[in-house]
Every structure is written in structure tokens, then in C-alpha cells.
Design a protein around this ligand. Structure first.
Ligand code: ADP
Length: 167
């Protein structure tokens, strides 16, 4: 049976930390679905379409990587996609505590799905989307924290899109 993993996240925006986890996981799975989630509690900086477009740029030559989005429970989405694995990255002890709770709840809801954690490499452990967003918002250069294929200048935030002349 095909080993399919779902890598869920907000990816607002996608960083080199996310990219590294996925590239390493490619030797473990036949297919990885990067599933951009609608976290109801988070106010997004980039639109869903923009986030998906950025990720598509990074993996445009990787047929085993699928880019999708979902709403609702992650385990329900995994079942719909026949994915037996949930992939997550771990940076810190705080990540671990947060992920432990989610992982155990997911296991209770869907015993057939295994959550697989990959530890980040030390040089990525301080990289998170919140900090990258703050740099962009403040007009700084965040390019070294996002994959080379993503040119941040090509993308507008939801707010900037609302004020662009064509709207
Ligand atoms: P979420 O809102 O679900 O936390 P994120 O986009 O912030 O979504 O993260 C998605 C996944 O990527 C999570 O498992 C997170 O721990 C992991 N991740 C984020 N940044 C890094 C990084 N720098 N190194 C390794 N894993 C990371």
C-alpha cells in the first residue's frame, strides 16, 4: 500500500524550516500532501491561494508532493485522502507539549493514523512563520528564511490585496 503522509499547517508563510522537514520526509513516504489548514483561531497574513502558490513554486518539480487545503479535523482529511501518517516538525520543548496533546487526541479519534515527528536541524530551530511575518510587515528582508524559489516581493498580504488599485 502506498505510504501517504499529510503535512498540515498554516504555512503563513512557508519557511525553510517547513521545506527541510518535507525534503527529509520524502525518503520515508511515497507521497506527501502539504495541506494548508484553516485554523479558525488564527488571522492569516497571506490568503490561502497565495500560501498555496508559494508552496507550489518550491515543489514544482516534485511529483510526489501534492499541495492542497482543508477545513475541519485533520484526521478526517487524512481519511479522505487515504493517508496513514501525519507529519509534524518539532523545534522546541514548547512544540513538543503542544504536539503531544494534538497527537494523542488525534490517536484517540483515529487509531489507524500514526503521527510522525521529525526534529528540526539546530539552525532552523528559531525559525517560525510568526517571526518571518513580523519581519515582512516591518519592511525587513526575510528572504533568507523562506525557500529560494519564493520571491516574497511577488506576493501581497490579504490587507495589501484589499487596498490594491484593481480592487
Ligand atoms: P501550525 O499552525 O499547524 O503550527 P505551522 O505552519 O506553524 O502550522 O507549522 C506546521 C508544522 O511545521 C508544525 O509541525 C511545526 O512544528 C513545523 N515547523 C514550523 N517551523 C518549523 C521549523 N523551523 N523547523 C521544523 N519544523 C517546523
Amino acid at each position: 500500500m502506498k505510504k501517504i503522509a499529510v503535512f498540515p499547517g498554516s504555512f503563513d508563510p512557508f519557511t525553510i524550516g517547513h521545506e527541510a522537514i518535507i525534503r527529509r520526509a520524502m525518503s520515508l513516504f511515497d507521497e506527501i500532501i502539504i495541506a494548508v489548514g484553516g485554523n479558525a483561531l488564527k488571522k492569516n497574513y497571506y490568503s490561502l491561494n497565495t500560501r498555496k502558490e508559494m508552496i507550489r513554486k518550491v515543489f514544482k518539480n516534485e511529483p510526489r508532493i501534492i499541495i492542497d487545503h482543508y477545513e475541519g479535523l485533520t484526521v478526517d482529511y487524512c481519511k479522505k485522502k487515504d493517508a496513514g501518517y501525519l507529519l509534524r516538525g518539532l523545534r522546541t520543548a514548547a512544540d513538543f507539549e503542544f504536539e503531544r496533546a494534538i497527537g494523542q487526541v488525534n490517536k484517540a479519534m483515529a487509531p489507524g493514523i500514526e503521527t510522525v515527528f521529525l526534529l528540526t536541524v539546530p539552525e532552523h530551530s528559531f525559525i517560525n512563520s510568526t517571526i518571518v511575518r513580523d519581519i515582512i510587515r516591518s519592511g525587513g528582508d526575510a528572504s533568507k528564511f523562506v525557500p529560494g524559489a519564493i520571491n516574497l516581493k511577488d506576493y501581497k498580504s490579504i490587507e495589501a490585496e484589499a487596498f490594491s488599485p484593481e480592487n
